[in-house]
Design a protein around this ligand. Structure first.
Ligand SMILES: C=C(OP(=O)(O)O)C(=O)O
Ligand SMILES: [Mg+2]
Length: 571
């Protein structure tokens, strides 16, 4: 038995066998062979099995993510059946008497280099397809396992260095009981996805990849951030009990499902949810969410081979609005960049991607992408209570430009005879310190603020939200953060606007009493945090918390703030 610690990323207890998700070692030796025919046969077998796997993955992706997402696998299948690709490999084996691995690798590389050099986006994408599929064929030639999260069909806990958002999007909740990674923090996207999938997760363990092996029995404790490898009988029994207790706790929370969120002194706040896809709305409703405070639209753009069309986006937005039946839905426009890449956009590599060309910066330059999204949103606006917000706003000028494009597209649609709602609120994410500091100036022009603490903390403390080595600096309760948050809320209220928070801090049990006292109007969090937060707020007095405001804002350290809150709220 071995116990390691990491960062608790998504609540619950998972107990299942380890499934290691890592790219295997695909190195090989180039060999001269006496019997090229048997090499050609080996190649054929590796190609056949790869095709069968891809067919299965494609079918799974179609069922869980829709036709568009499945298309990427059709492109991969085409590569494996393309004689222009396969014949040169066979010829190489015959004429040069080399093994299948060398013939595959050298031929594939020749095509990849050729396509990459072309000044044509379509051909560059084909290079990426070839790269992807040859890895799979190579793994079969070498007899090593090539992990496929989409093919998992038994209960497992996934072990990985990190999970990309598209890896996470492929996970089937029925079989993936939990996951644990070497890197990442509570606000890395894999952690956020885990919470929206309601899968227990522990991230940032630093060593799980080397500590655990395929098939080990793993316990993931997503509450305390612990991972146990091959537990003793006693430990297993303890965790089975903890698992049952958690289920019981969930039943108690569920009693407040249909209730509004009201504090002990009768003050109402809104508890809404963060979502990534229209499918997540079910979780929002099941967890008693009073709306959607952040719809991260990036997922519409990821795991595909091209940009989503206006119609495709319109259908997604409409579906969310309709399912939420007139409850507020805040949709954030595309926030790509940083750790969220789009393979088909081919953006140049940057030294500091989190400080680089991303989100609204990219949208204001690539107006074609932005206008398509704005049109889709405006068209969907008549199906519910839509609010639009722009991410990563650093200057008022960016907000004005983005809003001007929105108004232009609205006018275009009205000219085309398309109905558009007349009362769409337009707000911004406050996740850059400059914006938090100058919130007063913004408040005159925006309809609302939503504080994105995941980024606001990393930019204020200069501590990468994904880097566990500097996670000690990632301090939500730091007085610097509290003062910025307070500044934003006061600025909003001074202009009669509302202020929400959609960073992970909004669902944190130490932060909730502070934010309640600062007067935050809307708390947007993972759907699974809503009922525990409603239960907590029911016992808190907003007036009492507000009376601590000045004291909290003038404290010197995050620890001091935390100790104070623990004491006054008996946590
Ligand atoms: C909600 C936020 O956005 P994201 O986590 O998608 O960067 C944030 O930065 O707090
Ligand atoms: Mg952000």
């Amino acid at each position: 038995m071995r116990k390691i610690s990491g960062i608790a990323a998504s609540s619950g207890i998972a107990i299942a066998k380890a499934y290691v998700l890592a790219t295997p070692d695909l190195s090989y030796n180039k060999l001269q062979v006496d019997n090229p025919d048997s090499e050609i046969q080996r190649l054929k077998e590796a190609l056949d099995i790869s095709k069968q796997e891809l067919e299965k993955i494609k079918e799974n992706a179609r069922k869980s993510l829709g036709d568009e997402h499945a298309e990427i696998f059709s492109a991969h299948l085409l590569v494996l059946s393309d004689p222009e690709m396969i014949h040169p490999i066979q010829d190489k084996i015959k004429t040069e008497n080399v093994n299948a691995e060398a013939a595959l690798d050298e031929t594939a590389n020749m095509f990849i280099d050729m396509f990459k050099a072309m000044d044509n986006e379509y051909m560059r994408e084909r290079a990426a397809d070839i790269q992807d599929v040859t890895k799979r064929v190579m793994a079969h030639l070498l007899g090593v396992t090539f992990p496929d999260p989409a093919l998992i069909d038994e209960e497992v806990v996934i072990i990985a260095e990190d999970l990309t958002p598209s890896d996470t999007a492929q996970l089937n909740k029925q079989f993936v009981k939990g996951f644990t990674t070497n890197i990442g923090g509570r606000t890395s996207h894999s952690a956020i996805m885990a919470r929206s999938l309601e899968i227990p997760a522990v991230v940032g363990t630093k060593t799980i990849i080397s500590d655990a092996s395929e098939g080990d029995l793993i316990i993931v404790d997503g509450m305390d951030g612990k991972v146990i490898i091959n537990p003793s009988e006693e430990e297993l029994a303890t965790y089975r009990k903890k698992q049952e207790d958690f289920e019981e706790q969930k039943r108690i929370w569920a009693e407040l499902k249909g209730e509004p969120t009201v504090s002990a002194d009768d003050e109402h706040v809104e508890l809404v949810a963060n979502i990534g896809t229209p499918e997540d709305v079910v979780g929002v409703i099941n967890n008693g969410g009073e709306g959607v405070g952040l719809y991260r639209t990036e997922f519409l753009y990821m795991g595909k081979s091209e940009l989503p069309t206006e119609e495709e986006q319109f259908q997604a937005y409409k579906s969310v609005l309709e399912q939420m039946c007139e409850k507020p839905v805040v949709v954030r426009t595309l926030d790509i960049g940083g750790d969220k890449e789009l393979s088909y956009l081919k953006l140049p590599e940057e030294m500091n991607p989190f400080l680089g060309f991303r989100a609204i910066r990219l949208c204001l330059e690539r107006e074609d992408i932005f206008r398509t999204q704005l049109r889709a949103l405006l068209r969907a606006s008549t199906y519910g209570n839509l609010k639009i917000m722009f991410p990563m706003i650093a200057t008022l000028d960016e907000f004005r430009q983005a809003k001007a494009l929105l108004l232009e597209e609205k006018a275009n649609l009205l000219n085309e005879g398309v109905d558009v709602s007349e009362d769409i609120e337009v707000g911004i994410m406050v996740e850059i310190p400059s914006t938090a500091v100058t919130a007063r100036q913004f408040a005159k022009e925006v309809d609302f603020f939503s504080i994105g603490t995941n980024d606001l903390i990393q930019y204020t403390m200069a501590a990468d939200r994904m880097n566990e080595r500097v996670s000690y600096l990632y301090q939500p309760y730091h007085p610097a953060i509290l003062n910025l948050v307070n500044n934003v809320i006061e600025a909003a209220h001074a202009e009669g606007k509302w202020a929400g928070m959609c960073g992970e801090m909004a669902g944190d049990s130490i932060a909730i009493p502070i934010l309640l006292g600062l007067g935050l109007d809307e708390f947007s969090m993972s759907a699974t945090s809503i009922l525990p937060a409603r239960t907590q707020i029911k016992d808190l007095s907003k007036g009492e918390m507000a009376s601590y405001k000045e004291q909290l804002l003038s404290m010197s350290t995050a620890d001091e703030v935390e100790a104070f809150i623990r004491r006054v709220t008996k946590q």
